[in-house]
Ligand binder design. Structure first.
Ligand code: DP6
Length: 408
């Protein structure tokens, strides 16, 4: 038995939720966007993708398993592109400069990836998934590459994935080069800059299969005149203004811009031919609650205290500062009771209450008629989380591949 070295690495990567939305591509193959975007990286202690990559001369093909089930890597697919690009980077930045480096770029890879949140929750797993894939391959290949360089490759897996290469507050600069070399993610501020930024994810029950982001956004590009206005006249100023708000820890401005941009994204979806609806009655009721909650705060001269945002589905993500998140959760519980025992109070806002529904409460002066009260299950889950860090390198003990090279 020879003791050939094992070339393997494991990494985890976070989910991100945009506050300035990416919607539209100017190049669908390279995944170059029609506007810049900006997101908050969420804590991977709560939501993450973990990926193990191994290169071995005995492997016969590049193979990938997602949550234990094999996914075919088809020719020309985004997955194939990402793996190919990572191998190219290995060859050019390691093997071509150091003749003694093992030729890992010539070996096939086995990749196992796992999401710690159910795909059925309707939370985008492609962003954390492609970021974890790229991060694990970067460690496997010992690449001297910055997160921004790696973001160029994650972007080709799924646009929003490029922003999950950083923690904290992250901008995806749209760039202008047709090759895509300047369409990358940069850090606006690290997690440590504003750790009080929390998020409450309301997982909304979704019976129907919606339009995918990929096909929906291309239809918007082809048919929506409002998108052209957004790209040219709205997003550039918002990118600058929200960056300023983040750097100044100005929640009031952050919230105002975040909600305006979510609204405009859903407006361009509606402006698409045929129109696309991502929000449902539950989504709209949550908007009404946040608006009324903010009305009270604004009347007291305290500015906005909560900001909703919605992606290509009905789930709400509500950003709020740590000091207000309990009040926001109590408000949501008043209108959307939870299945007892289901709510995972990971950050302990209700300090282990036996039944979170007993915590339901509306703030003083709240106009309760702004929405109707829903049944258990309308919001089928609440996840309380916060701003988090970028991809992490994990130990080999945490690897997802067995000695055989197949998933454990
Ligand atoms: C509404 O990144 O999923 O979440 O690049 O085609 O894979 P592809 O699309 P994807 O689109 C995300 C759209 C969004 C807004 C955002 O995250 O910025």
């Amino acid at each position: 038995m020879s003791s050939a070295p094992i070339y393997e690495a494991t990494a985890s990567a976070p989910v991100n939720i945009a506050v300035i939305k990416y919607w539209g591509k100017r190049d669908t193959k390279l995944i170059l966007p029609t506007n810049s975007s900006l997101s908050v990286t969420l804590d991977q202690d709560h939501l993450r993708s973990t990926t193990t990559s191994r290169a071995d001369p005995s492997f016969e093909a590049d193979r990938l398993w997602l949550n234990g089930k094999e996914d075919q890597i088809t020719a020309g697919s985004r997955l194939e592109t990402c793996i190919k690009e990572m191998k190219r980077l290995r060859k050019e930045t390691v093997e071509d400069v150091d003749a003694s480096a093992p030729k890992l770029s010539t070996y096939k890879v086995h990749i196992a990836s796992y999401n710690n949140f159910p795909t059925a929750a309707g939370l985008a797993s492609s962003a954390s998934g492609f970021a974890a894939l790229v991060a694990s391959l970067a460690h496997l290949y010992a690449l001297p590459a910055s997160p921004s360089t790696l973001s160029l490759i994650a972007r080709q897996g799924s646009g929003s994935a490029c922003r999950s290469l950083f923690g904290g507050f992250v901008a995806w600069q749209m760039g202008s080069d047709p090759s895509g070399s300047d369409s990358l993610a940069v850090e606006v501020a690290p997690q440590s800059h504003w750790p009080q930024m929390h998020a409450l994810i309301c997982v909304v029950n979704d019976a129907k299969k919606g339009t995918s982001s990929t096909s929906g956004m291309q239809r918007t590009v082809e048919t929506s005149p409002l998108l052209q206005h957004r790209i040219a006249h709205v997003v550039p100023a918002r990118m600058a203004d929200i960056s300023t708000a983040i750097l100044a820890r100005d929640f009031d401005a952050f919230a105002r811009i975040t909600m305006a941009d979510s609204n405009q994204f859903h407006a361009v979806a509606l402006d698409t031919e045929p129109p696309i609806f991502y929000m449902n009655d539950v989504s709209r009721a949550i908007i009404a609650l946040v608006v009324e909650y903010n009305r009270i705060s604004l009347a007291q001269g305290k500015g906005y205290k909560a900001a909703y945002t919605y992606d290509a589905g009905p789930n709400a993500v509500i950003y709020a500062l740590e000091e207000n998140v309990r009040e926001v959760a109590q408000l949501i519980l008043s209108y959307f009771p939870q299945t007892p025992g289901e709510f995972k109070d990971v950050l302990g806002i209700f300090s282990g209450a036996a039944d979170v529904n007993a915590e339901a409460k509306v703030p003083e002066g709240f106009n309760e008629a702004v929405a109707k009260r829903f049944e258990v299950g309308a919001v089928k889950g609440l996840i309380h989380t916060r701003v988090g860090d970028g991809p992490r390198k994990l130990s080999n003990e945490e690897g997802l591949l067995a000695a055989t090279g197949l998933p454990k």
